[in-house]
Design a protein. Structure first.
Length: 60
């Protein structure tokens, strides 16, 4: 449950940063989504592994 919540929050944050949804092409888009990177965090509930979205910015 916690993993799903974190994954969804990260995807929303990536969309806001890029100013475009997944597969959406816009004039104001600030970069490209480049897959996901696994990340593990130890909590009181145990170790949680989630997918951190990777981004490459345009014009850098």
């Amino acid at each position: 449950m916690m993993r799903i919540l974190i994954n969804n929050a990260l995807q929303v944050e990536r969309s806001k940063f890029l100013q475009a949804e997944q597969y959406e092409r816009t004039e104001g888009r600030k970069g490209h989504a480049n897959d996901f990177k696994p990340k593990s965090v130890k909590t009181r509930m145990g170790e949680i592994t989630f997918a951190v979205p990777q981004v490459s910015a345009m014009g850098c």
